[in-house]
Design a protein around this ligand. Sequence first.
Ligand SMILES: Nc1ncnc2c1ncn2[C@@H]1O[C@H](COP(=O)(O)OP(=O)(O)O)[C@@H](O)[C@H]1O
Ligand SMILES: [Mg+2]
Length: 1006
Amino acid sequence: MVLRMPAGRMVGRDDELGRLLTLLDDAEAGRSVAALVSGDAGVGKTRLVSEVTRLAEGRGFTVLSGQCAELGDSVPYLPLADALRGAAQSTGVRDALSSRPALSRLLPEGGDGQRADEDRSGLARQQMFGGVLGLLTELAAATPVLLVLEDLHWADASTRDLVTFLSRMLHRERVALIGTYRTDDLHRRHPLRPVVAELLRLPSVTAVDLAPLIPSALAEHLTATLAEHLMAAAPGRIEAIELNDIVARAEGNAYYAEELLAAFVGGDPAERRALPAGLAALLLSRVEQLSDPAQRVLRTAAVAGRRADDELVRAASGLAADEYEAAVREAVTHQLLVTDSMEGYVFRHALLREAVYADLLPGERTRLHGTMSTLLAEEQRLAMPGTAAELAQHCLASHDIPGAFAASVRAGEEAGRLGAPAEAHRHYDQALALWERVAEPEKTAGLARAKLGLLSATHAADSGDYERAIHLLRRLRQVLVAQADEGTGPEDVKLTSRIGERLASYLMLMEDRKAAAEAVEVARATVDATPAEPPTWQYARAISTYANTQLAEDDYTIAREQAERGRAVARAAGAPWVEADALVTLGFISNREGRNDEAIKLLTEAHKQAREAKDLGVELRAANHLAQAHLELGDLAIGAAVAHEGTKRANQTGLGLAPFGLDVQHLHFQCHFADGKWDHAQEIADGFPVRVTSAPEAFLSSMALFIDIARDNPAVTERLAWIEPFWSGHGFDGFIARSLLAEHALWRGDTEQAISAAQLAIDLVNEPPWGYFPSVIRPAAIALSARADRAVRARATGDEETAAAEVAAAAELRQIAREGAAFRKRPKFVLGPEGRGWLARAEAHYRRASGDNDPQAWQAVLDAFGPMYVYETARTQWRLAEALAEAGRRDEAAEQWHQAAQTADKLHARPLRRALDDLARRARIGTAEQHGDGTVLAGLTSREREVLRLIAAGRSNREIASVLFIAPKTASVHVSNILGKLGAASRTEAAAIAHREGLVSQPSAR
Ligand SMILES: Nc1ncnc2c1ncn2[C@@H]1O[C@H](COP(=O)(O)OP(=O)(O)O)[C@@H](O)[C@H]1O
Ligand SMILES: [Mg+2]
């Protein structure tokens, strides 16, 4: 008699279920969220998640659900492939997939699969990640999406990276992600550990840890199972005491409990008391009750993996078709295998597979792996994505070294094509390790050893592990140099050239002086060692890379010479992508040397050429430099168009966060921030990640601060909090973020913080012996503005000493700004309108600090920016209005004020609007927004209210006079009148009334 295991009611998980359902609510409301469900094997993770899945489907979610497999950690993106395959019947998913070839390659019918040469392989992973993000976003626009990835402790490295990527990038999409993993398998050095730790730091990620079920819940589950069983079959009574015994032995593990119950009910009543201890032994005792063929099927399936293809297991089991079917049916009846929606059967629980596998005799195991290898090596099976990686494992397990070697090479190629460089590197490395143990390795692999080494290294680099790549390439170079005397053919020479060229490019990325020097050395030696005739793309590439290593030098002469040579050789060799890249370098140099018209011509040509050569990386690099050149010239409309087009290309191809893909996005934003199309700018900025965990993302988030600070958006706090950990980190210099933090502080009247943040930014763009870069002008002007505020205030209180100190500090800052504008390092550099505008602003603030707030100085700022810079114009008009008011030119002041206010309102530039209101009240120009005052204050004139506000702020009569542009005598008259009207005995009392009546609750800029 056999116990049926129905998917009965879920017991004892109300809390956990509730938390996961909240996740669905969040996703529906457009807040992307993730949960990590953890617990021991058999405790009920899958059961809980399937409950959530069922409810989600009922609520109209699109559910994608994929499984990792124990043998699968070398198969790239296995759970994702599984999830996509499972959902591919849905038209929405099919449509979304069909426009994303990078993703369709995961499926059996698999998309195109051209192999990128190692020169252009670097973008595959980003395309894959971008593709998944795009797919989820597209699906979530129609219905909310639930993505379930089960058993992540077995996930491959690429999947782990993908999970991290999605958790950070998904923000407002209607997507919920649930991952599960086993806690009992997560030993201290398990690669999932750091991933879990990182994910749990994100505010959107929740941990749901499943404790053992409490005895009463377990008892309830068993009773229900039994009851259902009793209805279905003849009674197999079980005493309460026996049930309690099972509950006690299972220690809260639902699966263990079920197996115990099954053994109890199914076994011989006489043997009930003598059940083996421990789950594995129990499971095996259940297996042993089956017929021989059924046991053989289980053993074969255990070697094949948890979810094995039915036809494969049959073939490997060696059973005839009818015998096999009977055996499977028997295993299903005993609840050891269950039918799987996709193809055939799976073990009811992974623990069963593990127990059966562990019980195989050594020889038997080797033999079964061998059989499996033979079957998988058939071309038809091998063509299925992921099979080569599995084959390599079966070969290794059956000690078939040549087979493992060949399969590893193939698995490496496949992983590379799928955008899983970590796995590709791993497989190529495996093949390298086996090289010497194979009879004809070069013939088997179809590759020279050095080529295999090069592939291993480039994929390590593409997975982000540059240090490993550099290490491998250095070793390869040494070996090749040692062999050089033995006579080398033309292919060897090309390979050597590639190895040197890749080494030089990776060294350049290390952002370290020693590595940069080595890069120059290696690049030069590589050019020298590569034959010039006949012209080859390898030679052209080596020269262009040598040119790029020279871009860090002060003098661009060599860089330009080499780039020109590289371009000519590339043309002769018919390598348009290398030609385009060299042309970008030339355009970049022209831009740096101040010949911007020439730069734009070259870069426009390079951009076109890269697109025709279908090299995305170069195309984006060209788009970036071209948009930048336009922006610097103040051609905001063209700059925006180029950057927008680049952004679209990057997003379409999943490269939005790749180098230059990221840059065109921020340039697109910059152009619209400058030209005043702020609704568009805000939309772009909102797309920049907030919960950043890498330097490039922190950079992008800093860009969003331009608008978030100018509008005083609530996002500012969260962005700053996430950026901060990167301030001292590698690869993120924090310059922009600090400059903007200084502005933020200044808007809030905190001159202290404004000055210190600006100073930190200033220090970052000083390179001895050359001195400051032009980017210093902006933070210097912000610090100057703060100094001017303090000088004005000091002077108002008669504190001439402080005022003089502030002026001295301001003079230093002005000097820094001027030095930056002169840019000694690149004397040919020409400052664009933005730089000139900020420089003029620095000069004007200096005059304001000196007590000579000259309208003409502000007019010069307006002229330097030009009217295209909408926000900067309004900001300047505010200061111009103030200066005009101080000079008694009230009508002109009012006109500037009105224009500025209009722009501030249009842009929703709240801090600027508040500053304008403040100026309006003080100078009595314009129309400050009215704030409802209490009746007590109704008797005061608007002027008197302003004075009261200042009294409440602790200002003396002299300060009040200065702030309000009136004589001290007049101020003291106002004060007496106010005290009289309020019936206040003192200034303190008047201040208290002002607070009580809410007059001073409004933040005032000064
Ligand atoms: N809360 C529960 N209520 C009822 N049955 C449960 C519960 N938790 C687990 N089970 C049952 O126990 C067995 C093992 O659970 P499973 O979810 O597969 O464990 P895990 O995924 O954690 O390894 C399954 O048969 C499942 O239906
Ligand atoms: Mg499970």
